[in-house]
Design a protein around this ligand. Sequence first.
Ligand code: ZN
Length: 494
Amino acid sequence: MSQADKMQERGTITPRAENYSQWYLDVIREADLAEPAEVVKGCMVIKPNGYSIWQQIQRDLDDRFKETGHKNAYFPMLIPMSFIEKEAEHVEGFSPELAVVTHAGGKKLEEPYVIRPTSETIIGYFFSKWIQSWRDLPLLINQWANVMRWELKTRMFLRTGEFLWQEGHTAHASHDEAMVEAQKMLGVYADFAEQVMAMPVVKGDKSETEKFAGAERSMTIEAMMQNGMALQSGTSHDLGQNFGRAFDVRFQNRDGELEYVWQTSWGVSTRLVGGLIMTHSDDSGLVLPPRLAPVHVVIVPIYRKAAQRAEVLGAAEKIAAELRAQTLYGRRLDVEVDDREEYKPGYKFYYWERRGVPLRLELGPRDMESRQVMARGRTGTFAEKQAWSWDGLSEKVLSMLEAMQGELLESARARREEMSVQVDDYDQFKSYYGEGRSRFSYAHWCGDAACEAKIKEDTKATIRCIPWEREEESGSCMVCGKPSKGRVLIAKAY
Ligand SMILES: [Zn+2]
């Protein structure tokens, strides 16, 4: 098979402008991140390239959870059906998505189990055993786990039947303390999204209609994808005493009285990988911010004659060893030397480009003579090929990767600004949400669920959040004209 045939076989990436949804699937396939599980409805296989991105996400977030005082624990995947039914709103919200285990060990179970869609109920049950007094509070737990929500319409990473996530669950002695916790963790998510994923987000409250089933208040970070659609990227909930009551989680307060605990829960999932793809990638494939790239640098040795091979490879390995000793954002640089003999350099360039490796270094016989490498960044100002001397190469690589991290955030911010509007006229608003189109609209809304429903019915766009950082500005509801205290964020969403 010729090299050209091999490239053809791998398939092409549909341009974003032509078909954004197909582009997304093409990028996932070409970067070898995941594939549909075929034999298991609505589920996916996360392949090594995709899983290593998730592991980078996990590693960074796990440090942040521990720095904020949380400990990891693990609870059963199966939850007694009666638990789910204890909190009225919770069961109503989750019932349509539940997968239920009715038989085990060859027998019908007396009480069916549900495969956890989220763990408030089973954790609430155990909290009731662990918490007796104010001295046991706050209790700050995080769980890394899989969950299952039976979805009719699925899309890899963004919405799948089974997905991976973390769920924080905390119990507190006062409502104020729980609110501080819920807001703090949303802040942790927002900071992670911007600093690590280079994905700017809007922090805000969900409307009554959109809040988590069983929460008093739900908070969210909303990111904009390249096509103007929103991605709810993380949520944090003030559960009030709802689950405390349902599971009788009581503690003796400092005055010796029994009180229900105040709880929070918060989570992010593998959908972040989808968000990462749709924030940065381009028509040539995956683009990864250096902080999450499993491989930071690939070195491609180039030689024509076999006699040059040992010399070029030796130099490449030496450079790789030097780079691997460097640390970027607390992590050793991951460097690959692509010494596969069966592929030509052109094929290798294309291969690593599609996998989103931030920096490629080429090293050929002429570079050996002038003691330099040819450096090419995956995107942005570094996409222009440059000659870098071996002297001071490590510093150059580190500063390039840091700069690329910043550039990606800046360009995502600029795109978001460009695709955000303040709008007051409802007809004009509707014109923004034609087939396959979206943007971030900031519009006045009276707070009424009927107006919210009408917006969704007319445009498929939804109120993503009531932004925390919004100007106090009186206006009138875009739909009904009644008074409003400020603008809300509206967009179509994944
Ligand atoms: Zn209204």
